[in-house]
Design a protein around this ligand. Structure first.
Ligand code: TYM
Length: 330
């Protein structure tokens, strides 16, 4: 297909905490499947990570780790571009301009800020509060059509949509209005220790998530310890049986089998056998994944990120110039 005719996809992951199966199944694995059809840009969003305190040495390592995870997951640089957010200064420039269009009432609606602030809203950074505007800038800067994310980011993509529309209305129609894309299954993978809350990078217990860099045997043990519901029937019922339903979703996506098929396979067998089966699937997935991950060197990744930034710099410059002209500073 002609490159220019393809719609643009943009998405990103923060280099903080441990990337887990939720990030992989909800976002990255979805990106991998979009590469043929779309013109894809995937970003390591480092300026988002610093909205909460980071250790600079660890942050430097995490940036490389995220890029390696993209590549090991199957992001193919023949079709897609990967880069580091802070390499393109237009992200923060556009965020500032969009700040003048965003309203306090928009940001007050953002549930993730409230969750992250954890009841201490007066003492978290202004950056954490304003983070959805930077995310809108990330998306809008590249004339993005489609933003594949997990369910928790839906509200932020909606804000990006609203800001693009409001900007176009206030000035001139120079911004493309993006839309989110969410998978039917896997958009919200739940915590293994508490299936009523989403699997999270910042969870206090390691039993909450399977990190992509977890030792495969350790990960298998986490599956065996995962919280399940009181009866023993392997059946999908999100409301009444959130634990087993979450495990069925993970199993189905990793093994490429329908949930119905798995229910049949484990009918009359109980949770023990089911968990053993899933533990094997997770173990195999991690062994394959980590083999690819370990084959990529840090230096190679640094070069790829730099060359990705060089490729997309002109798109960012072009958008900023259009924006500056219509607001009257150029
Ligand atoms: P982040 O780094 O928290 O998460 C990265 C991606 O993983 C998805 N995700 C999940 N999906 C399913 N189940 C879960 N338990 C789960 N946890 C996380 C997230 O929805 C996300 O798609 N603000 C963003 C990063 C960002 C961004 C952007 C994304 C910055 N700029 C522009 C898209 C476009 C974030 O913090 O994601």
């Amino acid at each position: 297909m002609n490159e220019d005719k393809k719609l643009r996809v943009f998405s990103g992951v923060q280099p903080s905490g441990n990337l887990h199966l939720g990030n992989y199944l909800g976002a990255i694995s979805q990106w991998v499947n979009m590469q043929e059809k779309y013109n894809c840009i995937f970003c390591v969003v480092d300026y988002h990570a610093i909205t909460v305190k980071q250790d600079p040495e660890i942050l430097r390592k995490k940036i490389i780790e995220i890029a390696k995870i993209y590549l090991a997951s199957g992001i193919d640089l023949e079709n897609s571009i990967i880069f580091q957010q802070s390499d393109i200064k237009e992200h923060t420039e556009l965020a500032w301009i969009l700040n003048t269009v965003a309203r306090i009432s928009d940001l007050n609606k953002m549930t993730q800020f409230k969750d992250k602030a954890d009841g201490n809203q007066e003492n978290v950074s202004v950056g954490l509060y304003d983070y959805p505007v930077l995310m809108a800038a990330d998306i809008i800067l590249y004339n993005t059509d489609v933003v594949p994310v997990g369910e928790d980011q839906l509200q932020h993509v909606e804000l990006a949509r609203d800001l693009a529309k409001r900007f176009n209305h206030n000035f001139d129609k120079v911004l493309r209005v993006p839309k989110a894309e969410i998978r039917k299954e896997g958009a919200r993978i739940m915590g293994l220790d508490d299936p009523t809350k989403k699997m999270s990078k910042s969870a206090t217990s390691e039993l909450n998530y399977i990190a992509l860099t977890d030792d495969p045997d350790k990960a298998a043990k986490k599956i065996m310890k995962a919280s399940t519901d009181s009866d023993m029937e392997v059946k999908y019922d999100k409301e009444k049986k959130p634990g087993i339903s979450n495990l069925l979703t993970i199993y189905s996506l990793l093994a490429g089998k329908e949930i119905k098929e798995l229910e049949k396979e484990y009918s009359g067998k109980g949770y023990g056998d089911f968990k053993k089966g899933l533990a094997e699937v997770v173990k195999k997935f991690l062994i394959d994944f980590q083999e690819k991950y370990n084959a990529i060197s840090d230096d190679e990744v640094k070069k790829l990120l730099k060359s990705g930034a060089e490729k997309i710099q002109p798109i960012a410059e072009d958008t900023i110039l259009r924006v500056k002209k219509v607001i009257g500073v150029k």
